[in-house]
Design a protein around this ligand. Structure first.
Ligand code: BGC
Length: 365
């Protein structure tokens, strides 16, 4: 009897470590396909993710007084997500997150032309990127796994790619695991495009939040936001976030890179070792006390301050205006296929692309 109760206690504590998971219908896409929304709930965090774009819909956490708020930008209706093909709220961009110059790259001596959707660039995988796809979802312990099969030639990319994204929640930590395999050599770069506002979505700008980025260097860009290839030390520039700095303190400084990005919209070269989890960034919000810590196995992080948000989209708590959300997109560097000095984004048949990023939420008094 005693033994049984010990075993039962052990089983309950193991079960308690995982978030509770449930799912529901979230409506239908214009082509009639049904969208499912999953809720992951732990004592500290409630997170919702959906099949359309394999995206994060909401993350609710307490502030220093226990008051709950949704800290990511999004909508409450599927039709608003369908209409918005600009912001990439919460999505998993793919097959190649961020930019490929002129939508062109060469692999094994052959040049490929991708679908171009930002001037001459391919941004986030092209016109019909992974963000516009209805992934297949299935519950797993503590979370959900989304799967997408991208056919050979999809948006110009070679090879049939099978991609999986797993979101799991344990206590105050969200883990996102990405994996992919291909049947022909191709390129892959997956990330998550959630916009955080730690005071609460719709509460105003993110300019008073404090940012740390664990990087000594960044990749400067040209006028089309394509990396020049240089790895530039951040020391002595507005890009130095090695010690916590208020985001708005230097964002309007007279700096060529800030002007090109209309603010921060750049890739930082993380100090940690690629392939093992290392710190990427830390955001601390003096108003609410909320803290977000991000770790990743990726070599870079795109810190984007929502400089293209212009109030044309609104969520349940108000308008999404200029700089009201920030993204921390862990990734390989933008346009890597055209820079042989950058870590490679090639994937060959028989290899498995694997990448992990975690977000840990806490409060500071
Ligand atoms: C890019 C921004 C772009 C945004 C789209 C970011 O990853 O760096 O330039 O506007 O995605 O919402």
């Amino acid at each position: 009897m005693r033994m049984l109760s010990v075993i039962l206690t052990m089983m309950t504590s193991v079960a308690a470590a995982h978030a509770a998971v449930s799912h529901a219908d979230f409506g239908k896409l214009p082509d009639g396909s049904p969208v499912t929304i999953y809720t992951l709930k732990s004592p500290q965090v409630e997170m919702r993710v959906m099949t359309f774009g394999a995206r994060v819909v909401s993350i609710t956490t307490p502030d220093r007084n226990g008051k709950q708020a949704d800290v990511v930008l999004g909508y409450d209706k599927l039709e608003d997500y369908v209409k918005d093909n600009k912001t990439y709220f919460g999505v998993v961009p793919g097959r190649y997150a961020n930019r490929v110059a002129n939508g062109k790259f060469t692999l094994d001596g052959k040049e490929y032309q991708l679908s171009v959707n930002e001037g001459t660039n391919t941004l986030h995988g092209g016109k019909d990127g992974f963000d516009r796809r209805n992934w297949t979802g299935k519950e797993i312990p503590g979370g959900v796994e989304f799967t997408l099969v991208s056919p050979d030639g999809d948006q110009g990319f070679p090879g049939k790619l099978t991609a999986h994204v797993r979101y799991t929640l344990q206590g105050n930590k969200v883990a996102i695991h990405y994996s992919a395999t291909t049947d022909k050599p191709t390129i892959v770069n997956l990330t998550n495009h959630t916009y955080f506002n730690l005071t609460g979505a719709g509460s105003g700008t993110i300019l008073n939040e404090k940012m740390t980025i664990y990087a000594d260097k960044m990749t400067p860009v040209d006028a089309k936001l394509i990396p020049t290839g240089e790895l530039k030390p951040v020391a002595g520039t507005p890009f130095d976030f090695r010690k916590a700095e208020t985001i708005g303190a230097r964002i309007n400084a007279d700096d060529e890179q800030l002007k090109l990005g209309k603010g921060y919209d750049h890739n930082w070269v993380l100090n940690g070792k690629m392939g093992t989890l290392h710190p990427a960034a830390r955001v601390q919000d003096p108003a609410s006390g909320r803290v977000l810590e991000e770790e990743t196995t990726e070599p870079g992080v795109q810190f984007y301050t929502g400089n293209f948000l212009d109030g044309s989209f609104s969520g349940p708590n108000g308008k999404y205006d200029f700089r009201t959300g920030l993204c921390l997109e862990t990734q390989h560097y933008p346009d890597s296929p055209n820079h042989s000095s950058f870590p490679s984004t090639e994937l060959k048949p028989g290899q498995t692309y694997s990448s992990e990023t975690t977000w840990t939420f806490s409060v500071e008094k």
